[in-house]
Design a protein around this ligand. Structure first.
Ligand SMILES: C[S@@+](CC[C@H](N)C(=O)[O-])C[C@H]1O[C@@H](n2cnc3c(N)ncnc32)[C@H](O)[C@@H]1O
Length: 326
């Protein structure tokens, strides 16, 4: 259902801080937005022009708290916040915000998803590198958040093709022999490796990896959960790969260019579509309190979700409406 008090598929021209008050508690599946960055651009009004980064983060948190209020218990909140050099030093504004937001009672930060810009603005800095990434922070307020991981990056997600070479996994036998494992552990390792290799040949798994104590470096901070105890108990562990491409916390796309746009900071529809598919069911209601040129709404239409947006600048409101009707 659309949030009562506001019709869905609407962009309201006005102040997000005022308009969000009309949205009932627990009514929105996803809030996804890119607020004005700290001292980056002049949108004519609104937030972003504060003197100090602390004031900016406070302003952002006031809106974020309202987003927490309106998000359903199975919903999510995604904020894209960019950084800014001040007196030659990164201000770490995104992280100041993310730390403060994740300290709000009940709020958890699930991921920092990095948007990698394939075509960053070319610059010739002599003493630093060109920034080409931005974080999208994914927050939730419960363990029951909607999550369709199969839908994330599904287009480009080629399944791993099964390894059918006769040599798959064979090199681990020599490593077992060379290891410091006891004879009993070596025998067990050989038997389990043979079984896993057979599973690859039978098509039950697509590939395997083996970690052997003293041969392979342990992951920094140790192996996770069951693997740590397997390594401790048996001296080895076998990781079975089952065909799904790894879903990494990275989205790579070009920077968006929208023909005849007057908006200076458009985020890619492609990135928003990934989050919409990952975090909402079809027909869900998505809110963008800083709608700008309407990218979130365009993504929702493409994915069959409903949108509610706010935008302070009437010129951008008109641009968003034109994008949606064009
Ligand atoms: C970074 S832009 C969003 C761009 C948008 N994601 C897109 O792809 O077009 C931030 C927008 O927030 C608007 N804004 C600033 N303060 C606002 C406020 N208090 N209420 C509503 N909109 C505001 C600005 O006019 C600007 O268009």
């Amino acid at each position: 259902m659309p949030p009562s008090g506001l019709a869905s598929d609407t962009i309201l021209c006005g102040d997000a801080y005022e308009l969000i008050r009309d949205i009932p508690d627990d009514s929105v599946h996803l809030v996804i937005t890119s607020p004005p960055y700290f001292r980056q651009r002049d949108y004519g009004a609104g937030i972003g022009g504060e003197e100090r980064v602390e004031e900016y983060v406070d302003a952002l948190l006031r809106l974020f708290r309202e987003c927490v209020r309106v998000a359903r218990p199975d919903g999510s909140i995604v904020f894209n916040v960019g950084d800014k050099y001040l007196r030659g030093s990164l201000s770490l504004t995104p992280y100041r915000f993310a730390i403060a937001a994740s300290e709000i009672d009940g709020v958890r930060l699930v991921n920092e998803v990095t948007w990698v810009k394939r075509n960053p603005t070319p610059r010739q800095f002599r003493r630093r590198l060109v920034s080409s990434t931005e974080p999208f922070f994914h927050f939730v307020t419960s363990d029951d958040y909607y999550y369709d991981i199969a839908a994330f990056l599904a287009d480009g997600a080629k399944r791993r093709s099964p390894k059918n070479g006769r040599n798959v996994g064979r090199s681990y036998f020599a490593k077992i022999d060379a290891s410091e494992l006891t004879d009993a552990q070596k025998a067990k390792a050989r038997a389990e490796l043979s079984a896993a290799i057979q599973e690859v040949h039978d098509g039950e798994i697509t590939d395997l990896r083996m970690k052997i104590r003293g041969i392979h470096a342990e992951a920094f901070g140790g192996q996770e959960g069951g693997r740590a105890s397997q390594l401790a108990r048996n001296g080895f562990t076998i990781i079975r790969l089952r065909g799904e491409k790894l879903k990494r916390d990275v989205i790579q796309t070009p920077v968006e260019t929208v023909r005849n746009s007057i908006h200076p900071a458009i985020y890619p529809v492609r990135v928003v579509r990934e989050f919409v598919r990952l975090l909402t069911p079809p027909g869900a209601v998505v809110l963008d309190p800083f709608m700008g040129s309407g990218s979130t709404a365009v993504a929702c239409v493409a994915e069959g979700r409903r949108y509610v947006g706010f935008e302070l600048n009437p010129d951008y409101c008109r641009e968003a409406e034109a994008r949606l009707s064009g």
